[in-house]
Write a protein that binds this ligand. Structure first.
Ligand code: UDP
Length: 446
């Protein structure tokens, strides 16, 4: 009788946030389709196991000890991550020990979100191979490496110097020191310390990045030369694995609404899964969008109920449609959508480029600013909104600039050009396709 070979197991450890969980699960699906077993280890909130029906064949394990969501609200991003890493290591080791005891369990590798560096220490303790997964851009990875070498006090003094601000980071044109994401992520000294922890505690033998070489070739070469471990740019993962997986319920009524709109007439607005605008800003945005005279589809996570009544009425009377959560990839791929007003999270950026949709950028912090800089100055498929406050006049001008002006048409053309390049990169023989192939070969040697 033929003996069936047991599948080798990959343990995945995502950060419990939509923008990190989604690409990790897409990676899981890609590796599952290549013959690996998948175990997802999760903390106590944003659990994917609640929608495990979308991941047939996956095993889900919850850490005994991890932080609750309230700690994220209380501490903010950086402090939360530092504490999460301190508190989860022992539980994770228990979890790996249990998995190894299971009959037939043969762990080929632990793949962890690079910010969950406690996994590297645990993998080392069990003598298991580990790989980091970067769910943000390669350029953001570079910027973290650069920041891990900086001293917060000196950096603050240096940034007073306009010449230093404009200086390009070692051979990394167009990345200047002033573009390094440092704001909005917590106090600078804690941010730099976190970057150092991420860099120093790394024991992984390779890095997987959800990016495409045609978008970030200079940053990828920098990483290859400076990090000293193999890099696998296998993205955008959402183009290779379907269906996408959302932690929140998607309101599909917007697809019916889109069907009634003219081709490329709609501007889609979403600021991701974490950030919210204040009531005043939302009202300004609503006025500006209405005055832009283009139909718009707007994701407001608290729903239209959160708008002042007169604003909500105006929006529905003047061509707007609001949902709490949209099937974003499908929306961006709909022929009626002609522009994306985005906070420039990396997933949203990749999803927009993959559908050839030009962007209006409203980044809030750190890496989003870096992505916005690339969208505006490197790929030239969008622009940043003027001013630091949301102002109805600026919103109206931005919508018209993207959707009606010749300049917007140029951005659209370049976005469509990039879309074709991305399509080619995930097809047989393309760079991301080949990188995934190489990754699978590498995992099979483990
Ligand atoms: N997203 C979605 N529906 C929405 C808004 C967002 O499915 O209404 C998804 C979007 O497709 C993307 C993710 O949420 O995959 C947001 O990730 P991103 O990195 O852009 O931003 P973050 O939420 O991490 O700030």
């Amino acid at each position: 009788m033929e003996r069936r070979e047991a599948k080798r197991r990959i343990v995945l450890v995502p950060i419990p946030a939509q923008g990190h969980v989604t690409p990790m699960l897409q990676l899981g699906k890609a590796l599952y389709s290549k013959g690996f077993s998948i175990t997802v280890v999760e903390g106590h909130f944003n659990q994917v196991s609640s929608s495990s029906q979308h991941f047939p064949g996956f095993q889900f394990v919850t850490l005994k000890e991890s932080l609750p969501e309230s700690e994220f609200q209380r501490l903010g991003g950086i402090e939360f991550m530092i504490k999460l890493n301190k508190t989860s290591e022992a539980s994770f080791k228990d979890c790996i020990a249990q998995l190894l005891l299971q009959q037939g369990s043969d762990i080929a590798c632990i793949i962890y979100d690079e910010f969950m560096y406690f996994c590297g220490a645990a993998a080392k303790a069990f003598n298991l191979p580990s790989i980091i997964f970067t769910t943000t851009s390669a350029t953001n990875y570079v910027s973290r490496c650069v920041r891990s070498k900086l001293n917060a006090d000196k950096f603050l003094v240096d940034m007073e110097d306009p010449e230093m601000q404009e200086q390009v980071v070692e051979n990394l044109y167009p990345l200047r020191y002033k573009d390094l994401p440092t704001s909005g992520l917590g106090p600078l000294d804690r941010l730099f310390e976190f970057c150092r922890e991420v860099a120093n505690k790394r024991t992984a033998s390779a890095a997987i990045i959800n990016t495409v070489s045609c978008l970030e070739s200079s940053s990828l070469s920098w990483l290859e030369q400076n990090i000293g471990i193999p890099m696998y740019p296998i993205g955008p993962l959402h183009m290779t694995t379907f269906p996408p997986s959302s932690l929140l319920d998607e309101d599909r009524s917007c697809i019916e609404w889109l069907k009634k709109q003219k081709p490329r007439s709609v501007i889609y607005i979403s600021l991701g899964s974490i950030f919210d605008m204040g009531t005043k800003e939302v009202s300004e945005m609503a006025w500006g969008l209405c005055d832009g005279n283009q139909p718009f589809l707007w994701v407001i996570r608290d729903g239209s109920e959160s708008l002042p009544e007169e604003v909500s009425t105006m929006v529905s009377e003047r061509g707007g449609y609001i949902v709490k959560w949209a099937p974003q990839i499908e929306v961006l791929g709909h022929p009626a959508v002609g522009g994306f007003w985005s906070h420039c999270g990396w997933n949203s950026t990749l999803e927009s480029i993959a559908e050839g949709v030009p962007m209006i950028c409203m980044p809030f912090h750190g890496e989003q600013m870096l992505n916005a800089m690339y969208i505006e100055s490197v790929w030239r498929i969008g622009f940043q909104v003027e001013g630091s406050k949301v102002d109805r006049g600026e919103v109206e001008r931005a919508v018209k600039r993207l959707m009606m002006d010749d300049e917007g048409a140029g951005m659209q053309e370049r976005a469509l050009d990039l879309k074709e390049k991305l399509k080619a990169s995930v097809k047989s023989g393309g760079t991301s396709y080949n990188a995934l192939d190489e990754l699978v070969k590498y995992l099979k040697t483990m």
